[in-house]
Design a binder for this molecule. Structure first.
Ligand code: COA
Length: 216
């Protein structure tokens, strides 16, 4: 039989800056973080705000099967691979100083950082990130593994495709659709739909190149 949630270990996958902010956020939620794991051996034995980076990610699944866990890695592609592969109970994370309307649907692994605002009837899909002080207005649809970077503002009815990244401080007008895997540069203003697998920058945002999909 599985332990009750408050008795389960809680681990963070990843040992970099995003993982550090997650440890801080989980503590603000009143959770004790047991350990962190990272495949970069140079990080083993180091700590994130006092939480030890104990070993590789595979070691985590051996040592803490059925742990509560959250992925603290910025790359949408890596989050996707790990979420499919690992056995953990992926929790949702919402900083107590974020506002998430009660009608918002949060799927497993979704993360909302401090100062973020998510307005009514928005969907936050699996393992997406709404980062520090970003806002997602009403009826947004944020796809799986998406990164909404700090300070981004999405107007109402915006759809962001799976694994897309909206760069720091970008703004997106109402009703826009951004395709899967697309990257919007920091500070961009998106005023027209963007296709999948492109990088777009500037005000207004223009496509500067394609992204070759390496989905394995
Ligand atoms: C858009 C982005 C991904 C492009 O990265 P890249 O593919 O390595 O592109 P480059 O740095 O080679 O730049 C290519 C061109 O786009 C321009 N460019 C890059 N980013 C830009 C931006 N955000 N706004 C306007 N122009 C930009 C460069 O000046 C360069 O122009 P040039 O060819 O005339 O010299 C990156 O610059 C960016 O904005 N990333 C967002 C980072 C972020 O949000 N971090 C938060 C993490 S929490």
């Amino acid at each position: 039989m599985h332990a009750r949630p408050e008795q389960r270990p809680l681990i963070v996958i990843g040992g970099g800056g995003h993982a550090k902010v997650l440890v801080s956020t989980l503590r603000a939620m009143g959770r004790h973080v047991t350990a962190a794991f990272d495949d970069d051996a140079s990080r083993h034995g180091q700590n994130l705000l006092g939480v030890e980076i104990e070993g590789t990610i595979d070691a985590a699944s051996l040592k803490y099967p059925w742990a509560d866990a959250v992925i603290g890695i910025g790359s949408p592609r890596v989050r996707h691979i790990l979420a499919e592969r690992l056995p953990f109970n992926w929790i949702t994370v919402v900083h107590p100083h974020a506002y998430v309307d009660p009608t918002v649907v949060l799927h497993e692994g979704a993360v909302v950082m401090a100062g973020a605002v998510v307005q009514p009837e928005t969907v936050l899909s699996r393992h997406c990130i709404v980062n520090t002080s970003a806002s997602v207005d009403h009826d947004g649809h944020i796809g799986e593994y998406v990164n909404i970077s700090p300070g981004v503002h999405l107007s109402g009815n915006v759809t962001v495709g799976n694994a897309a990244t909206i760069g720091i401080g970008a703004s997106v007008l109402q009703g826009i659709t951004i395709g899967e895997n697309t990257v919007v540069g920091g500070g961009a203003a998106v005023i027209r739909d963007l296709p999948s697998n492109v990088v777009a920058v500037g005000c207004p945002a223009q496509v500067i190149r394609s992204i070759v999909s390496d989905a394995a």
